[in-house]
Design a protein around this ligand. Structure first.
Ligand code: ADP
Length: 161
């Protein structure tokens, strides 16, 4: 059983994230999408909302589960006996940070491999912060987030203003 984890903030999950998760779900037997809770980084959506958005968006994927973690990615990987950490790569801008993280994670736990999946071309400009910015100015985000969570996201962002 080859288990991989897809860690991230997912604040909120976008079609770019979902595309990476869908592709990873074909490469591994089981995937856990794990929201890494960082107390220094205030999220826009609550932990529960972020979990629920991912659950709704991945309902069609039999081998994908969702979880939350308050610790280090490598510790979570070890706890779950995961062989890989899957990360998406958008452009050169992601590379430096991801490269550094993967080397640090390798040092902390040499057993776990980081696997990078390139973004699909249509999502290469897409990020959670871009979605929030567009929506806060009343823009249409339907091309950017899974349809099942579109209304929840726009409603929450509207209530914040
Ligand atoms: P973090 O805060 O850890 O960077 P994110 O939730 O922003 O987490 O992203 C989680 C992972 O998904 C990261 O590897 C990120 O590069 C990747 N990702 C985000 N947006 C996209 C996208 N549009 N296409 C491909 N990968 C993406």
């Amino acid at each position: 059983m080859r288990l991989a984890i897809c860690p991230g903030s997912f604040d909120p999950i976008t079609k770019g994230h979902l595309n990476v998760i869908e592709r990873a779900s074909k490469l591994f037997d089981r995937i856990i999408v794990v929201i890494m809770v960082n107390p220094d980084k205030r999220s826009t959506f609550t932990d529960q909302q972020r979990v629920s958005f991912i659950e709704k968006s991945t309902k069609h994927l039999d081998n994908v589960e969702v979880d939350l973690s308050h610790g280090l990615v490598v510790d979570y990987a070890k706890l779950k006996n995961a062989c890989s950490i899957v990360r998406g790569l958008r452009a050169l801008t992601d590379f430096e940070y991801e490269f550094q993280m993967s080397l640090i994670n390798k040092k902390l736990n040499p057993e776990v491999e980081t696997v990078f999946l390139n973004t699909s071309e249509e999502y290469m400009y897409l990020s959670s912060s871009m979605v929030k910015q567009i929506s806060s100015f009343g823009g249409d985000i339907s091309d950017f987030v899974p349809t099942v969570i579109l209304e929840d996201i726009t409603e929450t962002l509207k209530r914040r203003d």
